[in-house]
Design a protein around this ligand. Structure first.
Ligand code: SF4
Length: 76
């Protein structure tokens, strides 16, 4: 389970976040590419934009469930 106190610093403020357990596997960036991207210099993902539509929320939830190390959190 993602730890809201261990978020990577690049996340924008809001409900969804990535924590430091991320192993840079690309699943979230493929699944919800309008919300997740890669911190290239650090080798992990982060939320660059919070979802604004139901479609984006659905894809963020899909990414959260698909993340192999449970590094994505939703504290909404
Ligand atoms: S799916 Fe999880 S482990 Fe993979 S890049 Fe995204 S946050 Fe990191």
């Amino acid at each position: 389970m993602a730890d809201p106190t261990d978020r990577v610093p690049e996340n924008v403020l809001g409900t969804y976040y990535v924590d430091t357990q991320c192993i840079d596997c690309d699943v979230c960036r493929d699944t919800a590419q309008d919300n997740f991207t890669r911190a290239d210099s650090n080798g992990y993902s982060f939320v660059f934009k919070q979802p604004e539509t139901q479609g984006e929320i659905d894809l963020c939830e899909e990414a959260l469930l698909a993340c192999p190390v449970e590094a994505i959190g939703n504290d909404g």
